[in-house]
Design a protein around this ligand. Structure first.
Ligand code: AMP
Length: 540
């Protein structure tokens, strides 16, 4: 016997319709590429998203055709999120920090038909457009009068001229909720990039889940500032969860420096922010010397790479901001776990709470996880045993776009490539990327643990731990360190700093001072490149 509830597909257009109807006057504030602040409402955004849909119809774009973006977080990008997916096309957000050749490669692989780009990326588009064989239309995300003459890009039109001639009425089509809605290529370090192809169903379910109190806890009383880019896994789903909850959206545009972010947080009374640790490092680096405080910020989600304990402590102790450590990946839309305490933890001493907060957190309903040994056997959830982390759920990939890389699943589970422990309460902690773990004398050393201690030293700005070959122990850890500007620190001082904070054999064998640690396109440390840079390095 089937239930007798209405069969309504979960479609992305429902989210913006809902926001327009129930949160019409809630603001969306954006810092524009032009540098000024733009301000309008969900009602305005919904009308303009419908203009986008009409403009795509006028171009003759078919269902499932791909529309690419090279854009910062801003209101026009937000309109494309809805106008493109809502009308049945697929939004392909491209990471502008990728190498231009790679951008052309993925645009061709995705068979993008339209490319919409912020004016900051004009030189990039000028460099790659002749290599993008499928793109038929180029749209510059700017006013008509901001269009530079003679760009050399065929048929380039300004976004405002493009949508300006369209009506803001449009009947969103109703179709199978499993239809593709958007796509994002993984920034894999080996082989060609592969695309996760999200669906309306997976995106809507993820948007519901992300808004839950023990996940991102977004509400109609919040103002959220996603520093995490809309070109990388849909800004962790915030552009979908915010309309669902009626949360005010504040978009930082291209200005990701500490000063600009701080000013926007304060001016727009932001209560909630989300980003990778490197961004928050810049923010705290700006605030501390100037003695600045937050007046409204309450929570920040930090993920994408391990959040150092020193950062959680700084936010909490110095600024009264709760850090929610999160873990996920492109293949997971991206949220998998988020770290919030349970009722039984409320009265624990702060130091014990901190031990929990450092973990990547508990599974969100919708994501099943397990840790397994190399033969695929389940490992215990004792908080000590670590193994390969596998996941499954309705917003986890089952295959990559065009079947790239073959079947990624193992017995129906997606192997994340992360190594983790899970404790009896279900809190998962990432030890390492499987290719970053260091094996020393048959024992594993977590590079994240080694880095966390280094960045707790006041003279250290950034640290990356890698393994180097050792004749006796197979591998030993060394730590590459970037000092804070003007700070003094010797190798011996830092190694001494490790004493008492970790087991002796886990202390790195050497410290290598470097000017910078290579950062990849998604703001994470690129250890593959660091290893290349240090390939002639010899242990002392
Ligand atoms: P991406 O698909 O580019 O978002 O990268 C996903 C990968 O980032 C994961 O598989 C992890 O290795 C890493 N990652 C994401 N969040 C965290 C976190 N909170 N702690 C440690 N690693 C993380």
């Amino acid at each position: 016997m089937l239930g007798l509830m209405q069969d309504q597909p979960l479609l992305i257009s429902n989210l913006i319709d809902f926001a327009e109807r129930h949160h019409a006057d809630v603001e969306i504030v954006s810092r524009r590429v032009e540098g000024d602040i733009h301000r309008y409402t969900y009602k305005d955004a919904a009308g303009r998203a419908r203009q986008v849909a009409n403009a795509l119809d006028a171009m003759g774009l078919q269902f499932s055709d791909r529309v690419a973006t090279l854009a910062w977080n801003g209101y026009r990008h937000f309109e494309l999120y809805y106008g493109v997916s809502g009308s049945g096309r697929v939004l392909h957000t491209i990471n502008p920090r990728l190498h231009p050749d790679l951008i052309a490669w993925i645009a061709n692989h995705a068979e993008d038909q339209v490319l919409c780009f912020d004016m900051s990326f004009l030189p990039l588009v000028q460099a790659v457009h002749s290599k993008c064989s499928t793109i038929r239309h180029y749209v510059a995300l700017c006013d008509a009068d901001k269009m530079p003459p003679d760009t050399g890009i065929p048929g380039l039109i300004s976004y405002e001229a493009w949508i300006g001639r369209q009506a803001n009425t449009y009947q969103w089509p109703v179709f199978d909720e499993n239809s593709a809605s958007s796509m994002c290529y993984t920034s894999g370090t080996t082989g060609n990039p592969k695309a996760a192809l999200y669906s309306h169903r997976s995106t809507t379910l993820h948007a519901y889940a992300a808004a839950l109190p023990d996940v991102m806890s977004l509400s109609a009383r919040d103002a959220v500032l996603p520093v995490v880019p809309m070109f990388h896994v849909n800004a962790w789903g915030i552009p979908y969860s915010a309309p669902l909850t009626g949360t005010k959206l504040v978009f930082p545009g291209p200005a990701m420096d500490g000063k600009s972010i701080y000013e926007l947080l304060e001016a727009e009374k932001v209560t909630y922010a989300a980003g990778v640790p490197t961004v928050w490092q810049m923010l705290l680096g700006h605030m501390k010397p100037a003695g600045l405080k937050f007046s409204t910020l309450k929570r920040t989600v930090i993920g994408g790479s391990a959040c150092p304990p020193a950062m959680i402590a700084a936010f909490n102790d110095d600024y009264g901001v709760e850090v929610l450590h999160a873990w996920g990946m492109t293949e997971m839309s991206p949220l998998g776990t988020l770290c919030t305490l349970k009722n039984k933890h409320q009265d624990l001493p702060e130091a014990d709470q901190m031990k929990i907060r450092l973990k990547q957190g508990r599974s969100i309903f919708g994501v099943d996880m397990k840790i397994v040994d190399p033969d695929g056997n389940d490992l215990p959830w004792d908080g000590k045993t670590f193994g390969d982390l596998h996941v499954k759920g309705p917003w986890v990939v089952r295959a990559y776009f065009k079947g790239e890389g073959g079947d990624p699943l193992i017995n129906g589970w997606f192997p994340t490539g992360d190594v983790a422990t899970i404790d009896p309460d279900g809190y998962m902690q990432i030890t390492d990327r499987s290719k970053d773990v260091i094996k020393s004398g048959g024992e594993w050393i977590s590079s994240i643990d080694v880095e966390n201690i280094a960045v707790a030293h006041p003279a250290v700005a950034m640290a990356a731990c890698i393994g180097v070959a050792h004749p006796k122990w197979d591998e030993r850890p060394i730590i590459a360190v970037v000092k804070k500007p003007g700070a003094e620190l010797s190798r011996e001082e830092l190694l001494k700093f490790y004493e008492g904070k970790t087991a002796k054999w886990q202390i790195p064998d050497d410290v290598v001072f470097v000017d910078a640690i290579p950062i990849g396109a998604t703001g994470k440390m690129l250890k593959t490149r660091l290893r290349e840079q240090l390939k002639d390095y010899k242990l002392p």
